[in-house]
Design a protein around this ligand. Sequence first.
Ligand code: MF3
Ligand code: CO
Length: 260
Amino acid sequence: MIYLKTPEQIHQMRPAADIISRLMGELASRIEPGVTTRKLDTIAREFIHDNGGKPACLGYEGFPGTLCIEVNETVVHGFPSNYALREGDIIGIDTVVQKDGFMADMCYTFAVGEVAPEVIELCRVTRQSLLEGIAACRPGARIGDIASAVQTYCESRGYGVVREMCGHGIGRDMHESPEVPNYGRRGTGPVIRNGMCLCIEPMITLGKRHIVIEPDGWQCRTRDRLPSAHYEHTLAVIDGRTEQLTTFDYIHQAIPDRFI
Ligand code: MF3
Ligand code: CO
């Protein structure tokens, strides 16, 4: 069942989206070789609390952190740990903030120091595929139009599209209907309507698209251990148009030279 939100309820989602967007700017300036992912997790937890929000991933079905940490071949749901970032890594940071009873979900993949050009290109293509998906997200269009836009953009450039994980509706819950896959056919799936709040989150691989889930049931990596990139925004369809509730602007302000 898809929960359509009133304009007033969508308005209530903005504070969560604002906190998470500013959090990403804060984390952007802290990413450098030597920093542990646990340190980033602590910074995030404190930032969210200081801003009156709640870290929605922490404890969610037993998830052990505020942030999902996706270093190199990790696709999604990696745990914060004592791993210290190294020059040449990429790190996706994916998290969810709750505020005033509503959720916002966002992910950005950062470069740590100098990163191989083909890996930067993977990140660029993944971020652009998110924008292609957002452009396809219009009232009257279908979820399959988003899926097809992401898939076509990435596969035509030779990248793998992870199929086991997908975007989703969002609102009072982190994951609501409908699912928003990153592969599919135009003209299929639910019709996009005013009041829908959606997360689009392409997970794109440099090599093959296949993944392995670790025995802990969470951490997910590429089977071939080649890098994977991941970007995500929370969107709301309101007044006949799609509005991006989350923004990468704070990341851009924090690290203009390293912005992907
Ligand atoms: N964006 C991620 C998702 O939609 C956030 C997961 S939080 C976790 O799956 F707690 F489930 F890890
Ligand atoms: Co999500």
